[in-house]
Design a protein around this ligand. Structure first.
Ligand SMILES: CC(C)(COP(=O)(O)OP(=O)(O)OC[C@H]1O[C@@H](n2cnc3c(N)ncnc32)[C@H](O)[C@@H]1OP(=O)(O)O)[C@@H](O)C(=O)NCCC(=O)NCCS
Length: 243
């Protein structure tokens, strides 16, 4: 994983959090929400509010079923003002496939700045490495030296053991537990409340069902569920929800 200048910035941001439980990023620059049609947007808005990060606009393709809390909405991607490409952009998706798709759409529209967003209620040691576009939701707890590659995401109250690695777009669902040294391949999805035992490798684009207990490696593209987790016959898409 290439270390970028973003690395230094994220570390500085993280250091500025300790030891307070609430980060006040006053004077934070406005961010654009991308894919605000996805219901996970409400969680993203909560986190940005807690960080006191203003939102310039939400970009979406259909009217949402929830409140955008008064932020301006742009319904047609082609109507996105050109200068928006210079603004910081946050993806509103909680699954690997939708995160990958939104990233591509945003990049095609000219967005290139995707800051790492860390909810101030999460506990993140300074040794944690966060690439661009990563998102850590409320109440997540990280051990030492965890690495999140670009656009990876950890959802509410998940626990990530020390030296775990999430490759690009990998997602850990709400309340899941990754023991130390777990590696989640690019695009892998760990379902809500699943437990992955120490040093287990979850293959690229694999899907671990909600509540599964995973004692051994999972192959690329495989779906597993249950305790102990066993492969299912089909490769379900259901991990890519917006829980
Ligand atoms: C494992 C999973 C991928 C299976 O999806 P699916 O193939 O569409 O499964 P179905 O809903 O058709 O269910 C098939 C069978 O598996 C069972 N099943 C489904 N999910 C299960 C799970 N997580 N653990 C144990 N059994 C499960 C169903 O009860 C059903 O059993 P039956 O055939 O005896 O009735 C999905 O249920 C899941 O857990 N996805 C993760 C969702 C999640 O945590 N998202 C977080 C997003 S932030």
């Amino acid at each position: 994983m290439a270390r970028s200048s973003g690395d230094r910035q994220v570390r500085e941001n993280l250091k500025s959090q300790a030891p307070a439980s609430v980060v006040l990023r006053t004077n934070a620059e406005p961010h654009v929400l991308f894919g605000a049609e996805i219901s996970f947007t409400a969680d993203v808005l909560d986190t940005l509010e807690r960080l006191q990060i203003p939102v310039a606009a939400g970009i979406l393709t259909v009217p949402p079923q929830w409140s955008l809390r008064g932020i301006p909405a742009i319904f047609n991607l082609e109507e996105t003002p050109e200068h928006f490409g210079q603004l910081a952009c946050v993806l509103c998706a909680a699954g690997p496939k939708s995160r990958r798709a939104l990233h591509k759409q945003a990049a095609d529209l000219g967005f290139s700045r995707f800051p790492a967003i860390v909810d101030p209620t999460a506990i993140i040691p300074a040794s944690v490495y966060l690439e661009r576009g990563t998102f850590i939701n409320a109440g997540a707890v990280f051990g030492s030296a965890v690495e999140l590659d670009e656009f990876a995401m950890v959802n509410r109250a998940a626990a990530i053991g020390h030296h775990a690695v999430l490759e690009p777009y990998a997602v850990v669902g709400p309340g899941a537990v990754l023991a130390s040294g777990v590696r989640a391949g690019a695009g892998a999805m760990i379902g809500a409340g699943a437990v992955v035992l120490p040093s287990v490798n979850i293959g690229q684009d694999a899907l671990v069902g909600a509540g599964a207990v995973v004692p051994r490696d999972v192959g690329a593209g495989q779906t597993v569920m249950g305790n102990p987790a066993r492969p299912t016959s089909k490769n379900a898409e259901t991990g890519d929800t917006s829980m």
